[in-house]
Ligand binder design. Structure first.
Ligand SMILES: Nc1ncnc2c1ncn2[C@@H]1O[C@H](COP(=O)(O)OP(=O)(O)OP(=O)(O)O)[C@@H](O)[C@H]1O
Ligand SMILES: [Mg+2]
Length: 269
């Protein structure tokens, strides 16, 4: 599996939820090399829906997703994608330790009997250390702070050692030191040859750690390298004029037709 090079391809993807809500409309993009790609957009713009569609948790109404040129089902079976959801639907009173939670990330790689090997235990310990939670391995998951819980779920995704990582708002609710630590981890993952897609509301942080950007407002507003696509013009379209101050690092001079702008109109919050 390690010889595989990661790609994510989304073609004309539309997701409508039962009851008629449009989660995403006609989104197309392709990522063909290891990179950190930011995903930004307003509340309800479709960021989490895009992650769920890439994971195969929601079924497209139209269009398709391919991972490494294969269907999503293949990617699920091969453990190619790790996903950290925005919120965990977990019974926090369930007696499970931090170590057990992170070990769940290894399950897809275990044999039929699901007995953890010494190597699995080592990878779990390493993953916990990487997010600074090594000292909490024996703690019950319900006995952690919100930010500590987020770090544990990131460790679970790290333990999967997948080629592609989807992180839905990993910085929300974590302290500044942890945010920097997570960004360092993302850089390491990219150097190891992975694709990382990370949604964030920290617009000012984007130029500092993302190589590429996807800007969505139900449909794709723009995508491309941060230097080309992360422009005031595209930010304005993405946030429907709700931005009256540019994030640090975005120069007004870059506003002219940068990036691959893709049909700004038609999107509604
Ligand atoms: N399970 C669901 N059933 C019905 N509609 C949904 C469901 N989940 C999301 N939606 C709707 O789909 C649209 C996209 O939601 P999504 O959660 O993808 O937004 P988001 O960009 O992740 O927002 P946020 O920044 O608040 O996390 C919204 O209009 C939302 O109301
Ligand atoms: Mg979301």
């Amino acid at each position: 599996m390690n010889s595989l090079s990661p790609t994510v391809s989304v073609e004309e993807l539309t997701v409508s939820y039962r009851g008629g809500n449009i989660g995403l409309s006609d989104v197309s993009f392709e990522i063909r090399k290891p990179t950190i790609c930011g995903l930004i957009g307003m509340n309800g713009a479709g960021k989490s829906t895009l992650f769920k569609a890439i994971m195969g948790f929601v079924t497209p109404t139209r269009g398709k997703v391919n991972i490494c040129h294969q269907p999503v089902k293949w990617a699920q079976k091969q453990n190619v994608i790790a996903y950290v959801p925005q919120t965990e639907e977990v019974d926090w009173t369930f007696p499970v330790s931090v170590r057990d939670v992170v070990m769940m990330g290894r399950q897809g790689r275990m044999g039929f009997l699901r007995i953890p090997s010494k190597k699995d235990a080592e990878i779990v310990a390493e993953s916990l250390d990487r997010v600074g939670m090594g000292a909490f391995a024996d703690r019950q998951i319900g006995e952690l702070s919100g930010g500590q819980r987020k770090r544990v779920f990131l460790a679970r995704a790290l333990a999967q050692q997948s080629l592609i990582m989807l992180l839905d708002e990993p910085f929300t609710g974590v302290d500044v030191k942890t945010e920097h630590a997570i960004i360092d981890i993302l850089r390491e993952l990219r150097e190891e040859g992975r694709i990382i897609i990370v949604s964030t509301h920290n617009l000012a942080g984007v130029p500092g750690f993302c190589d590429e950007i996807m800007m969505i407002n139900v449909t794709l507003i723009a995508s491309g390298s941060v230097s080309e696509a992360y422009t005031p013009d595209n930010l304005g379209k993405t946030f429907g004029g709700a931005i009256n101050q540019l994030p640090v690092g975005v120069s007004a001079a870059a506003s002219q037709d940068g990036g691959r702008a893709s049909g700004g109109e038609g999107a509604s919050g």
